[in-house]
Each structure stands twice: as structure tokens, then as C-alpha cells.
Design a protein. Structure first.
Length: 227
């Protein structure tokens, strides 16, 4: 057993094992969708609609192209879905594959986009992805297919990478709540991120989701780096 920021990660033969509680994972996740994901995403879209409209207008007025950016990501069970974000880059520099990761002081990012990324406001359109069932409020962050870390595919760097797809991807997860976000330039940081995701799957509870939401608000929206 290994520990990931306070959560135990049970391993068998070097890979995450299925915990006895995991037999009820499907039921727990359905309950989570009914009690957290649908109500919170619907309410947030309504309450934040003036902000969402204002941000969309700011993007359109300051750079050419649509306000929203759509990109295929890997979701529940390894299936693809189209993830929404506010566009933060110049339209001609947008990367539909997502393989060219954004780095600090990236000249592809617009001035408005830099603010959106620093405050994580660019992620707000994903509330729609949550409402329609592509994502959850909390879960492993969705990656693009073929995502790389230190020049190596995640699946090669971490053989049990697909374990994280046992649950819906989220707006934020255990890894992000503990500061593991942004581009990964080392294999160790990639493995740490996946290990945190796997620990979340093994220890899932509604209480843990609430804890992650609180930690995310404190870390990402108040002190986010924008990378």
C-alpha cells in the first residue's frame, strides 16, 4: 500500500487492486450523479450565466474566433467526448489534439486567455459536460488520447493508466486539489498524478468529493498559476 496525499493506494503486483467497496462503485456513482453532479452543474450554469456571457463577449471582442473551444478527451470507460472550454489561445494557434501542452509565458495565449487560465475560469463551460453526463464535478481530469509526459505516452509511462477511467472525469480531482496540474516534464510527476487518480477511485465517497471541491476552490481559483 502507498499513500497519495493522505489517501491509501492499494497495489497488487505493482498495479492498483479492486477494493471490496469497489463492488458498489457503480451504485455510489449513480447516487453521486443524482445528489451532486446534476443539481450543482444546473444551479451553477444558472447562477453563473451573467459571468459566462460576459467572458464570452470579452473573448470575442479581444481576439478573432469563437468564444468556446471544443477538444476530444477520454472519458468514462475509455470512450471519447467533446470537452468544452473558453478559448484562451489565438484561433490560428489552437491545437485540437491537445498534445502541445501550454507552458508558462506561452505566446499562443491571449491576454484575456491568460487571465482565464490563471483563475481557471476557462474551465467553466465544462459545467455543461457535467450536466449532460460526459463529466462529473469531481474525478480525474480528462486527458487527450495519446497524452504525453516527458515525451512518453502516459500509457507507456504508467501501465495502469486506464484504471482512472473507471469513473467519469471531473472538473477537478484529487491530483489537482493537491497541486498536481499543468504540463508534466518528468515521468515521476506523471506517475504521481495517475497514482492520485487511482487512489481517488479506490477511496471514492461523497465526503471525499466535498473535500476536493473545497480544496480546489482554495487552490485553483484563488491561487492558480494558469498553466
Amino acid at each position: 500500500m502507498a499513500w497519495q496525499s493522505g489517501l491509501p493506494l492499494w497495489l497488487s503486483g505493482g498495479t492498483p487492486s479492486v477494493r471490496p467497496a469497489g463492488r458498489w462503485l457503480g451504485l455510489q456513482l449513480r447516487l453521486k450523479r443524482l445528489l451532486i453532479d446534476i443539481p450543482l452543474s444546473a444551479m451553477s450554469l444558472i447562477v453563473l450565466s451573467p459571468l459566462l456571457i460576459g467572458l464570452a463577449v470579452a473573448i470575442r471582442l479581444t481576439s478573432k474566433g469563437p468564444a468556446l473551444f471544443r477538444q476530444p478527451r477520454v472519458g468514462l470507460g475509455g470512450s471519447d467526448f467533446m470537452m468544452l472550454k473558453f478559448r484562451t489561445m489565438r484561433i490560428e494557434a489552437c491545437d485540437a489534439t491537445g498534445l502541445a501542452q501550454v507552458v508558462a509565458d506561452d505566446d499562443r495565449v491571449t491576454p484575456v486567455g491568460r487571465f482565464l487560465r490563471a483563475t481557471s475560469l476557462d474551465e467553466l463551460p465544462q459545467l455543461w459536460n457535467v450536466l449532460v453526463g460526459d463529466m462529473a464535478i469531481v474525478g480525474p481530469r480528462p486527458m487527450v488520447r495519446g497524452q504525453r509526459a516527458a515525451g512518453v505516452e502516459y500509457r507507456e509511462a504508467v501501465p495502469y493508466y486506464d484504471y482512472r477511467h473507471r469513473v467519469r472525469p471531473g472538473l477537478s480531482g484529487w491530483a489537482q486539489a493537491n497541486g498536481l496540474r499543468g504540463p508534466t516534464t518528468e515521468i515521476k510527476s506523471a506517475k504521481d498524478r495517475i497514482d492520485h487518480d487511482c487512489a481517488y477511485v479506490q477511496n471514492f465517497s461523497l465526503a471525499l468529493d466535498v473535500r476536493i471541491i473545497i480544496q480546489t476552490i482554495a487552490r485553483e481559483f484563488l491561487t492558480g498559476s494558469g498553466v
